[in-house]
Design a protein around this ligand. Sequence first.
Ligand code: 3PG
Length: 227
Amino acid sequence: MTRYDAPLQLDSILRTAPVIPVLTIQRVEDAVPLAEALVEGGLRVLEITLRTGVAAEAIGRIREAVPRAIAGAGTVLDARDLKNARSAGAAFGVSPGLTTELASAIAEDGLPFLPGVATASEIMQARAYGFRHLKFFPADAMGGRAAIDSFAGPFRDVLFCPTGGICEDTLDEYLKRPNVVCAGGSWMAPDTDVNDGAWNAIAERARRISERCQSPRREAVGSGFGD
Ligand code: 3PG
């Protein structure tokens, strides 16, 4: 089967900011002010999950109105979702796991893509498809930082974006792992703030996170990177 071949583009997206906000947008009118607040706070890479009927339109609006945002599509579960992500103009895609069907569709499409894994076997499978950047999901529930440290031994050419159950208090501990390129999470834009239109509070939180986490940009590890 064709292998995934866009690791360098994805690598540069993932190194743009220390954290990727995971956004499930319910009202399309929230998309632009929410993206503006996060970008203003220094978090430019956004994952808009395809979990609501307005997700594709939200990605399109952010693309148009917030050019500094790098808007990707999350919760891409199958080839149809991937097509929707591409049509919406997503800059990259993210999935919670990976199937053979999805891996083939990604390889054909060429969209920079971050597939999810939770176990050693899933990492091996994703590597076999050509992926070297993986979302470790659900990170906290699947062993958190200890699991990431354990993966560093056998998987020297893999970088992780842990997501799921991370919060502001545990973020630094994740980011200091050498095999962590960035982290993801929804906590920086909680539903209560979005529903209240508390854009300043979201921008302030994003700024606090991005200023505190000015970690050195990590180089890709291992000779197999980009194979
Ligand atoms: C998700 O896909 O929902 C993300 O993993 C977000 O996780 P979090 O809400 O625990 O940050």
